[in-house]
Design a protein around this ligand. Structure first.
Ligand code: WTA
Length: 652
């Protein structure tokens, strides 16, 4: 038999069926959607598109597919802001709350659907007044304030595409994105609140715009009241323009395949990729997945996705999915430890949040802070918990289930990407028996296969995750670079989309995500996933968080190096390090025992919370560090180097 593409060690046999009471009330409680989609996936998506959305002109063809180009709902016309706002107001639900917004300092705003529509129409007229036309691009560089969804929806109303740039990015990142998209207008704010202090945005825009010739206008929301420079003729205050704007703005009827937005994501080269999402297919799949994956009952629920709108999770599951479904959401500006480490739990208690959607990295941080933080609050309103962004280790899954979900809430572990636009692999909470750490099965209508090096499907065991057919919310390309689109996603395996993730299939057909393929280590010819070793490390009672890299090794090709953060009370020592190494060997086998375990005070993360393994590899291999500009906290790396040279596990 040939060598498996990726070794698979971990074994998880705990099973959590949907709680009976939950299942009795769930939107879906059986496999009917799966069977319907299996029979004819195009007809399935056509039904969802017609049921979940309001079309100005019905589509005549569900799908035209000529790899790598897909066109969904051909001939259909619709407007996204109408689907997210007008139709709810017209149906008498204008008084329903769209967002319970909470600023980090504690200020709040309650915004109904009627109010949101009114603000969007005015701002759409503001954009028109600045010369924005159908087909243009508008850059958004904003904090988590209501004006951000307002600006997004205003773009959709007039048929302009938005390009949101995460507020943590530097002027250089703004320049790359604004110039690549040739944006005409930038919407920003003086700043936003983070960790109890104003964090400034406008000065970064000023610096960037020295090098952005396409921009003719800037709109600035006053949020913090900080001093900013306003350039005459170019910069305008949001409140001034809104005061003079006409209240009504008729929506543009857009083609289903018109560009809705660009969102940049990093690739293997330095130049970020402008991922293109279009109108009808995207909105169909985000509405569908938001409704069924979170078991949404919009009349009662208070849904909360704690991501930043500057990432795809916020686009799809704070703005477009929830609003298309007429949901009530919480929108929170700041950090989870301001003023105290119970801020999230306090918000859940006060608003009666029913669904919480967050990231494994956040959950591991909450674990580190201790169960006493959530225990200060009544979290009994919660019904469904979600995770996204990286594989969740079973340990964190169990903690989330026990301490946040009170043992009664299904956890939906949702695998997807900026490129997929919407959930792809995830449980349905009223249907799927859960295994901690597994994203379980593809959503109805989605085709997934794990393949080996030669592109042959793997029935059982590890390999590469591929998607076997087009899906409505799929990216339509990389802005300005069709060749890169084809090469990156559609050229590795004939006829398949290559996701860049490792995955394995277990005996019951459950899917387990194993991290990015370039995070797969090769130790003595065994390809071992960083994720499985990390899970085993975090399984040790003294370990709070772990990151694993493969460092070049003369003997074994690569050697496993684990960086661990200890729990509050644990003391680092050589004996403990040895015990942790043995723990991994015991959990998943001696081949996976890390050659080194290094105790560190913190791990280097991007501002979206992803661990920067590249930097850890540099440290492990004693190299000079490459680009550190996307690090959330650049000082972390020095601390890690010192630990690697002198701390427990250094061997020195
Ligand atoms: C990873 C975020 C395991 C994966 C929506 C993917 C996950 C990348 C999961 C996309 C999950 C996301 N389990 N891994 N539930 N969700 N990922 O573009 O490696 O920021 O390819 O989109 O995150 O990250 P992106």
């Amino acid at each position: 038999m040939s060598q498996p593409a990726i070794e698979d060690f971990a074994n998880e046999d705990r099973l959590f069926p949907p709680p009976q009471g939950f299942q009795a009330e769930a939107l879906v409680a059986d496999d009917s959607l799966y069977r319907e989609a299996d029979a004819d996936y195009e007809a399935f998506w056509a039904r969802q598109a017609r049921e979940l959305l309001t079309w100005e002109t019905d589509f005549h063809t569900t799908l035209e597919w000529e790899l790598p180009d897909a066109r969904w709902f051909v001939g259909g016309r619709l407007n996204v802001s109408v689907n997210c706002l007008d139709r709810h107001v017209a149906a008498g639900r204008g008084e329903r709350v769209a967002y319970h917004w909470e600023g980090e300092p504690g200020d709040t705003r309650t915004i109904t659907y009627a109010e949101l529509l009114a603000e969007v129409e005015r701002f759409a007229n503001v954009l028109k007044g600045l010369g924005v036309e159908r087909g243009d691009r508008v850059a958004l560089y904003m904090p988590m304030i209501p004006e951000l969804p307002v600006a997004m929806l205003a773009c959709t109303r007039i048929g302009a595409a938005h390009s949101a740039i995460f507020g943590g990015f530097s002027p250089d990142s703004i320049i790359d994105r604004v110039n690549d998209g040739e944006c005409k207008v930038v919407v920003t704010a003086d700043g936003g609140y983070r960790r109890g202090a104003p964090s400034l945005l406008k000065p970064n825009v000023d610096e960037a715009l020295e090098s952005c010739p396409s921009v003719t206008g800037v709109v600035v929301v006053r949020r913090t009241g900080s001093d900013v420079t306003m350039r005459d003729g170019r910069d305008h205050w949001y409140h001034d323009l809104m005061a003079g704007a006409a209240p009504q703005c008729p929506p543009e009827a857009m083609d289903a395949e018109d560009l809705l937005y660009l969102l940049y994501t990093s690739g293997t080269t330095a130049k970020p990729k402008g991922i293109m999402h279009t109108t009808g297919g995207y909105l169909t799949q985000v509405a569908f997945s938001h409704k069924y994956v979170f078991d949404l009952k919009p009349e009662h629920d208070v849904y909360w996705c704690s991501a930043d709108i500057g990432w795809v999770t916020g686009h799809s599951y704070i703005v477009y999915g929830p609003l298309a479904n007429g949901a009530t959401s919480v929108l929170y500006e700041g950090t989870p430890d301001t003023p105290g480490r119970d801020r999230l739990w306090d918000i859940i208690e006060r608003y009666g949040v029913t669904q919480l959607y967050t990231a494994p990295t956040a959950i591991r941080m909450f674990m580190k802070w201790g169960a006493e933080e959530p225990e200060k609050h009544d979290l009994s309103s919660l019904r469904v918990l979600g995770t996204v962004g990286e594989p969740i280790n079973p340990e964190a899954w169990m903690w989330y289930h026990t301490h946040i979900g009170g043992g009664r809430c299904p956890i939906v572990d949702t695998w997807w990407q900026t490129e997929t636009g919407a959930h792809m692999i995830t449980p349905l909470p009223g249907v799927t028996d859960l295994k901690p750490g597994s994203a379980t099965f593809p959503l109805p209508g989605i085709g997934v296969e794990v393949v080996d090096d030669n592109g042959n499907p793997v029935e059982r065991g590890g390999g590469y995750l591929t998607l076997t057919r087009p899906w409505p919310a799929m990216l339509r390309g990389i802005w300005g670079d069709p060749q890169r689109y084809r090469d990156t996603y559609w050229s590795h395996y004939p006829g398949r989309y290559f996701a860049g993730d490792g995955a394995k299939v277990d005996d019951d057909g459950y899917l387990w995500l194993l991290g990015r393929v370039d995070d797969v280590m090769n130790v003595s010819g065994h390809r071992i996933s960083t994720t499985e070793v990390e899970s085993a490390l975090v399984d040790h009672p003294a370990v709070a968080e772990a990151a694993v890299v493969g460092a070049t090794d003369d003997l074994t090709g690569q050697a496993i190096v684990g960086y661990v953060i200890l729990r509050g009370t644990a003391e680092g020592s050589d004996a403990l390090v040895e015990e942790i190494r043995q723990h991994v060997a015991h959990k998943i086998g001696p081949t996976a025992r890390p050659k080194r375990v290094i105790v560190v005070p913190d791990l280097p993360k991007t501002r979206s919370g992803k661990i920067m393994r590249r930097l850890l590899r540099d440290v492990a291999e004693g190299r000079d560090l490459g680009d550190t500009t996307t690090l959330a906290d650049p000082t972390v790396v020095d601390a890690i180097r010192t630990s690697a040279a002198e701390g427990p596990g250094s061997g020195g």
